[in-house]
Write a protein that binds this ligand. Sequence first.
Ligand code: SF4
Length: 433
Amino acid sequence: MASDRPTHPIGRPVVHHDVVCPFCGLGCDDLTVEEEPPSTLAVRSTDCPVARERFSHTPVAEPPRVAGVPVPLAEAVEAAAALLGAAQAPLVAGLGTDVDGARAALSLAERLGAVVDHALSDGLYRNLAVLQRTGWIATTLAELRNRCDLLLVAGPDPAALHPRLFERWVAPAPAFQTPPSREVVFLCGEPLDTTRAVLSGLPVTVLPGDPARTGDAAAALAAALADPSRAAGAAGIGAGDIAALAERLRTARYAVVAWGAAAFAGPHADLTVERLVGLVRDANRHTRCAGLPLAGHDNIVGVNQVCTWRFGVPLRTSLAGGTPRHDPHRFDWARYAAVADVVVWVSSFRPEVPAFPADTTVVALAPPGTAFADEPAVFIPVGTPGIDHPAHVFRSDTVVALRGRGLIDRGLPGVAAVLKAIAAALPQEAPAC
Ligand code: SF4
């Protein structure tokens, strides 16, 4: 098959244009990435720290290991299959992978009767818990860019996790507002210096308040929206500011309330999300308003989509016993890891694998150069989606799947290929008599 990778002009770096960035769920597809042979990448078109750091992490391939000893890939696959074939309570988690990798991981988990979860599902579940309880009115990044005239950013600045949010989706003038206008309000959080710089051409209001009480501020706003005479201060924000913001919300043509749930502190952060969702619902009595829950690092949105279309339920699901059982508390990977005997941990976007209890057998698929607290039973180095091989990842707003290209060839297999090989090597079940 012909490769779509450009060839190296002698002595000069290869320049890749319009590269899709697969890392934070914002779906930037405009990157210029320079490649120095044999496998060094450098992002040239943006200062996004996440993209710069992740694209530049391309150490040379290393061989798989079994019990710390380098072995050929086929031997590592056999060893992983033997361990998984004997597992009593397997966990297939991490799941930092592209859509193909997720499909292979869920097929393997179904075969094993394993619990499945994503490493970053805490933030996802702060949103999903509310979606399951109350429903919500949500919008897309494209609607934000093209229609929104009032953006209310609730809680800590989401640009800490999604660095180009304001540059790509807020600073450009809305295409469908006449005249084009946009105002940004930060509620219970302060914009980063980079955000202030990007938004320097727009009216920006900062109501810093207490980020830990963002839900209180949302509730106070909802009350003031319903009845201006009930405007009261909350979360360190004065009654006058709450009343003024409620009035601004009431008169907006298309307001968007955005939040990054992963940045909310505290054990019941879903209640903060619930109050923001309630504020959006109440604002629709007066004008058009929608929520924008931001998530999406390591393709968590795509992996959750695959799980949902495959099994009818989201992540944090057990596939033991033949029927998917979804329990967001019991099958949280961090909780289930305490009882799992074998863990398959997939982390193809970042060289990070958590520590597991000492008696847990770990099969790790991660980039070369990953440092482990304890050497896993089996380590298989894998390529990074969108860098080592073409890959589909979902955008944070769930409506768009982007296809990243393969940029370099380090000879690393993708997650899907490795997991399919492990599944094929599993001991065959004895036929029923
Ligand atoms: S903002 Fe996110 S998607 Fe965009 S370049 Fe940075 S890490 Fe990549």
